[in-house]
Design a protein around this ligand. Structure first.
Ligand code: NAD
Ligand code: ZN
Ligand code: ZN
Length: 394
C-alpha cells in the first residue's frame, strides 16, 4: 500500500492564475481520493488546443482561476477511494475528459459516448461527490505566504500536476507494457481524431475525405481515414509547414486557403468532381466549418465537427442548405466510450494499425511548460510531451 494513501500529498503543479498569464509551477496540496475517485501520479502530459482555449479564457465559461489545466496524459494509480474496483494502486492508466459510468441510460446504449453523469462539461470545475476541489494552494502565485485557496479542476482531468484526483469513471486502465508517452496521446487528440473518422463518420474504403486543420486532431482524422482505406485525403491548413508531416498520415492533397483566389469548398468540389464524401472541421473556426460543410458532395456528404468554438456565433448555415442532402454532426472524444472501447483501441495502436510516433514532435521537462504552450500557439508542434513526475523504470 502506498505510504501516501489517505494523506494529503504536497507536490508540484503548473497553476493557471488568469487568462494568458504564464502558468506558475508551484507547490500545491492534493487531497486523498473520496468515494469512487482515484488519485494518479501523472507521468507524461501533452498539450491540446483545448488547453490553449481555456488558458486564453475568451468566454465566461472558460474563466475559472486559479485552475490546473491539462487533459492529455498517462499516469499511474497512487491510491483509490472507497468503492473503486476496476483499477488499483500501481495500474497504468489514461485519464479521459469524457467519462463512462457504465450504468446510465447513455452508457447502457451503443449509440452515444456522452455519459449522463461524467460527459465532458466545460463549465464543471469541482468534483461531483461534494462540489469541492481536491487541490489547494500552499503559497501565492509569487511564492509568498497566504491562506490556502482552492484550485479548480478542468475537464474531469487536470493533468499539469504531479498528482491529480479524478472520478474513477474518467480513468482507463491500459496494458502494463504499453509505451507510455505514446499512450498519453490516446487521452485526447489521437482518439478524438481517429474516432471521428471511424466512429462518427464511419469512413469507408475508397472514399474521399477533406480534413480542415492539420494539428494533431486533424492529422489523427487523416490517419484514421488512411487506416480505413480512404483513397484521397485532402488536407486544408493556413500553415504550409503542416503539409510535409501530414504525408505520413496519408494526406494526398494540400490546400492552403491563403494561396486561393476562390473559396476552399469551390476548389475541393472542382478537384473531386462535386465534393468529398466526408469532411472534418478541426480548427475551431466557424467560417472554416461552413467551408467544410460545403466541400462535401450534395446528396450524401457528411461533415463531422470536431473543433471547439469559443465564439458566441451560431452555425453559419441556412436551413434550406440542408435540403441539398449534406449531413453535419459533432463528435466528442471521437465517439469512443472510454472504458469499454479505449483498451482495444490502445491495443490496435500497439499493433501499428494507427501510427502514434509521428504525433510526438517535441519533448520538454515539466518546468518548460510555458515554452510548450508557445510551440503550440506558434503552430510549431503537434504534441509536445512533458515529463511530469519522476518515476521508477518498469
Ligand atoms: P492545433 O492548434 O494543433 O491545430 C489546429 C490547426 O488548424 C493548425 O494547424 C492551424 O494552422 C489550423 N488552422 C487554424 N485556423 C485555420 C484556418 N482559419 N484555416 C485553415 N487552418 C486553420 O489544435 P489541435 O490540438 O489539433 O485541436 C484542434 C481542434 O480540436 C481545437 O479546436 C480543439 O479545441 C478541438 N478538440 C476537440 C475535441 C473534441 O472532442 N471534439 C477534442 C480535442 C480537441
Ligand atoms: Zn484535447
Ligand atoms: Zn454513464
Amino acid at each position: 500500500m502506498a505510504e501516501t494513501q489517505g494523506k494529503v500529498i504536497t507536490c508540484k503543479a503548473a497553476v493557471a492564475w488568469g487568462p494568458k498569464e504564464p502558468l506558475v509551477i508551484q507547490e500545491i496540496c492534493v487531497d486523498p481520493p473520496q468515494k469512487m475517485e482515484v488519485r494518479l501520479k501523472i507521468l507524461y502530459s501533452s498539450i491540446c488546443h483545448t488547453d490553449l482555449g481555456f488558458w486564453n479564457g475568451t468566454n465566461e465559461a472558460e474563466r475559472a482561476f486559479p485552475r490546473i489545466l491539462g487533459h492529455e496524459a498517462v499516469g499511474i494509480v497512487e491510491s483509490v477511494g472507497e468503492g473503486v474496483k476496476d483499477v488499483k494502486e500501481g495500474d497504468y492508466v489514461i485519464p479521459t475528459f469524457n467519462g463512462e459510468c457504465g450504468e446510465c441510460r447513455v452508457c447502457t446504449k451503443e449509440e452515444s459516448n456522452l455519459c449522463e453523469k461524467y460527459q465532458v462539461d466545460p463549465m464543471k470545475r469541482v468534483m461531483v461527490n461534494d462540489g469541492g476541489t481536491r487541490f489547494s494552494t500552499t503559497t501565492t502565485k509569487d511564492g509568498g505566504s497566504s491562506q490556502s485557496q482552492r484550485i479548480y479542476h478542468f475537464l474531469n482531468t487536470s493533468t499539469f500536476t504531479e498528482y491529480t484526483v479524478l472520478d474513477s469513471a474518467c480513468v482507463v486502465k491500459i496494458n502494463h507494457n504499453a509505451p507510455l508517452k505514446q499512450m498519453s496521446l490516446l487521452s485526447c487528440g489521437v482518439s478524438t481524431g481517429v474516432g471521428a473518422a471511424w466512429n462518427s463518420a464511419k469512413v469507408k474504403e475508397g472514399t474521399t475525405t477533406a480534413v480542415f486543420g492539420l494539428g494533431s486532431v486533424g492529422l489523427a482524422v487523416a490517419e484514421g481515414a488512411r487506416a480505413r482505406g480512404a483513397s484521397r485525403i485532402i488536407g486544408v491548413d493556413a500553415n504550409a509547414s503542416k503539409f510535409e508531416k501530414s504525408k505520413l498520415m496519408g494526406v494526398t492533397d494540400f490546400v492552403n486557403p491563403k494561396d486561393l483566389t476562390k473559396p476552399v469548398h469551390q476548389m475541393i468540389r472542382e478537384i473531386t468532381g462535386g465534393g468529398v464524401d466526408y469532411s472534418f472541421e478541426c480548427t475551431g473556426n466557424v467560417d472554416v466549418l461552413r467551408e467544410a460543410f460545403l466541400s462535401t458532395h450534395a446528396g450524401w456528404g457528411s461533415t463531422v465537427l470536431v473543433g471547439i468554438y469559443p465564439t458566441p456565433r451560431t452555425l453559419p448555415l441556412h436551413p434550406m442548405e440542408l435540403f441539398e442532402g449534406r449531413k453535419i454532426a459533432g463528435s466528442v472524444f471521437g465517439g469512443f466510450k472510454p472504458k469499454s472501447q479505449l483498451p482495444n483501441f490502445a491495443q490496435q495502436c500497439m499493433e501499428g494499425v494507427v501510427k502514434l510516433d509521428p504525433f510526438i514532435t517535441n519533448e520538454l521537462p515539466f518546468e518548460k511548460i510555458n515554452d510548450a504552450f508557445q510551440l503550440l500557439r506558434d503552430g510549431k508542434s503537434l504534441r509536445c510531451i512533458l515529463q511530469i513526475a519522476k518515476f521508477l523504470k518498469r
